[in-house]
Design a protein around this ligand. Sequence first.
Ligand code: URA
Length: 482
Amino acid sequence: MPRLASEIDLAGFRNEARELLAHQVPPHEVKWETVHTLNDELFDPPATAADQRSRSIPKAATAIVPASFLRLCEVVVLHHDPQRFALLYRLLWRLVHEPTLRNDPLDADMLHAQQMAQAVRRDMHKMKAFVRFRQVADESHPGEVLHVAWFEPAHHVVEAVAPWFARRFTNIRWAILTPERSVRWDLERLLFGPGASRQDAPAADAGEALWLTYYESIFNPARLKMRQLHKEMPRKYWDNLPEARLIGELSAQAQERSGAMIDQPAQPPQRRIPRPVAVEPEDTLARDGIDSLEQLKAATLRCRECPIGEFATQSVNGEGRLHAPLMFVGEQPGDQEDLQGHPFVGPAGKLLDRALEALGIPRDIVFVSNAVKHFKFELRGKRRIHKSPTQREAAACLHWLEDEIALVQPKALVALGATAARSLMGHAVSVTAERGKWLQRADGRKVLITLHPSALLRMDPEEKDAAFDAFVADLKKAKSVL
Ligand code: URA
């Protein structure tokens, strides 16, 4: 009767199973039990049968099983079925004693285990989708807010899903309560504890009214499919979902609202991507009310014409001499540029400097800028990972770039990569096909197309030297402008 330390004690199961296998104990002679852990911190795990046996017997032999079986075990162990450990041990036994099992896609035990794994994965997915946090005052951190959610998973998935929530909500304190386990994120660690009851979680908070208004306004009656909705959002989760309260009412109005939508006269289609502004330099300066680089900086710092500016530290504008003959245009500031407030000072900037040095071009005689003035990123843990701006975002920023061109009045430009090329030319440019070539803008200025230095940084080490030489060869064509 092996005893496992908790409902999800995979390591214990592996130890016990290895021992049982080494002692040739057939599955029908084994009865698996789990000990419900009440508080991980307070109680040591109980001594298991494997612990006791391992004091008196030599180390167990290692069974070789496919890696896919181990991955299956990791998930099936989280299923609520008390027979799961018996099933897994039976499968393990059979994998060792029946070599044909690994090639039998229709084996009943294997299919059963796979169905269990699927049910667990579905439950993990539902937990990610249907947890709704509500705010309460955090008693252990006076003046701060704790986000608390109640959820009733069908399987033992809390430990498995908690790291996902920690990555997704890294910067807030939160707790998820379930009947069996609770988990809390204190901004540094996940702390697991015993289960709770629904009353321990707040029923509503001030933000809920806002969320309901938002849900109501994005609800599209023409797309409502009740059967699909019930499948994706089963009724048992509705109690936790504030928006579920609206569904009945909104679905009752759906037919009427979609009828009204159909009755409306047709409207001309809207362009998804704003048309790039006309390349009329004086025009954009006058429209933006800008007549110096300092004024431009003040304006971009405030700019919220697209969502990127909200999250960046500051705007990063171009730098260099007014009337520099040559202007380099990159994509957008990176992490270092965002923190320091200067363009091309991070790894891509170092590479650009190296190329300029190879050509004998001092950086201070050119102007270096970007198509987009704010850093767009995605938070992964504590790291800010660069995300390319969308065409819309680059188009929204274009008038600032045109202002810069109008103020600096370069004779020619170098487009570093596809985003810069699109912004400068007003249409998509294939960098692979056009690199090393001069194109001409509507304002008559010539634009040399080449790669973005970051593209070189991402290459395999053995390709880097040749790619750098080709990059320098492209830039050499711009030297005559100087
Ligand atoms: N990449 C860019 O396009 N611009 C910078 O300023 C830095 C990295």
